[in-house]
Design a protein around this ligand. Sequence first.
Ligand code: GTP
Ligand code: SPV
Ligand code: MN
Length: 595
Amino acid sequence: MEPTHAALPKTTATRHAEALKWIAEIVALCTPAQVHWCDGSEAEKTRLTAQAVTDGVLLPLDQERMPGCYYHRSNPNDVARVEDRTFICTPTKAEAGPTNHWMEPATMYAKLRALAAGGMRGRTLYVIPYLMGPPGSPLTKVGIELTDSPYVVLSMRVMTRMGRVAWAELGDTGAFTRGLHCTLAIDPAERWIAHFPQDNTIISTNSNYGGNVLLGKKCLALRLGSWLGNREGWLAEHMLIMGVESPSGEKTFVAAAFPSACGKTNFAMMIPPEQYKGWKIWTVGDDIAWMKPGADGRLYAINPENGYFGVAPGTNVTTNPTAMDTIAKDTIYTNVALTPERDVWWEGKGAPPAALTDWQGQPWTPSSTTKAAHPNSRFCAPMTNNPGLASEANDPQGVPISAIIFGGRRATTFPVVMQAFNWAHGVYLGAMMGSEMTAAAAGTVGQVRRDPMAMLPFCGYHMGDYFGHWLDVGKKLAHPPRIFHVNWFRKDAAGKFMWPGFGDNMRVLKWIVDRCHGRAIGEETALGWLPGPQEIDLAGLKDYPHERLDQAQRIDHQEWERELAMQEELFTLLGARMPKELGYERELLRSRLGL
Ligand code: GTP
Ligand code: SPV
Ligand code: MN
């Protein structure tokens, strides 16, 4: 006998006719046993958490040492974003561009409707209204995600402003992004992360992993966000936002784009080394920035998120003490290792305990040859836990950005730091970014690929038009941010990193801030402005002679010849839609290098 399913219950949550109609349609399609309207309250969180524990979705960690912390394991076939299953479904392929996977919207809708039909039988459908951005900001967007995953509900509650606050912002007629997530059987062959920009709609099936299913994050805030930004005159970027406070109390806001698992969270939460007494880093955001020219000709940025979905491996009390404080309570851990005391462990946390249960639930000891935690294991923690949270993090106006930093993971070629000559040169530097691939996406780890502005997996439209939009935004800025390029990952012949990284990145950041305020002299080179000799203060850095930094900063003409040849690939790919300015910038660089 067909089990009975819920009709849409009466609700007082919203009177938004279009939203109610769409939710009713999805309920009729997915036929869940129940519908739960999330209100975002503490009581709701307590109830859903208890249910998730009963159902085995979450395991409570030691509540005395880590209050409110829970442990989750995903299906081993579902541990990272899947770029080859991620689609931009615009009416024409040209709109999505050659860097995106594309499918004709009607075909994709038909496929997904068939998968979703009856797909929530016996389950609860949760209605999650959420905000990307602080309430009342002109940049804030409303989303509604319908999901049958309590893990998604509890994670969205951390990552976004969720519940009544979103219904209030939406009102009776406001615009919203439709999001449907069906867990189904986590079948990788039917895993689809589909975006329909024209309909402001996202549909995700057969996954339960972060970036694929927390639809406010990469799907709304970056893919649909970039598409909307192109129309509405703003930028949706894969960037952290930080406030740099000097000992005299001067605050400089900086945004930085590094590809996935290349250091955004670490940089956004940095603790300056001892010699930098009085300097303080404040976190506005660690992953996404929405930026818009203000009336005063400066670029203003908000962090649309409300929490951190951060990489666990490598996080420890030395590399990122702020993150360690942030994840000490009310945090959901996914795919890390578990200790017998119900604590968590991962590679790079400290000495491994004698015995662990690994991320797949198998016994693990330090002599095991496998990793205890998945390399892309993550923590999900509320931003209010961050002791270094910027007081401006909830400011609806956002913060004025003085510097934009681009940076990849490059073993060769790129110096630790350089500054672009101007906005167009900076856009060229960002557009040509390359990076070695990481575990954040399924693929070949270590291989260098072009990742323009760290947006390759996240740009919701033609990458050539996206570069054009960047150039246009610059024209609207009387006081554009200065643009820099950094590389913490250059290696010596022995394969060792030539720059200590982490907290010592403050030394580079100070030069960047000083350049923004006209205080650092710098040296004009073929690549751009580089710090002059001894301009990066290395005081207190043990066993690190200045010559090592000079080596890390050196311009190797052979490497640049290779780099310029590799850039050709992107120019060819984007063809006529590549703005001509970027071709000119490449020719200028070539002639400055004498190549
Ligand atoms: P996503 O959340 O995937 O977008 O990543 P992210 O850009 O926020 O990267 P995150 O800060 O989590 O760092 C990823 C990895 O890079 C971690 O394992 C860090 O330990 C390592 N890492 C971060 N900063 C540095 C650095 O300055 N130097 C070196 N060598 N490694 C770093
Ligand atoms: C990234 O991969 O850039 C992340 C994690 O920040 S995810 O939410 O999975 O996209
Ligand atoms: Mn990211």
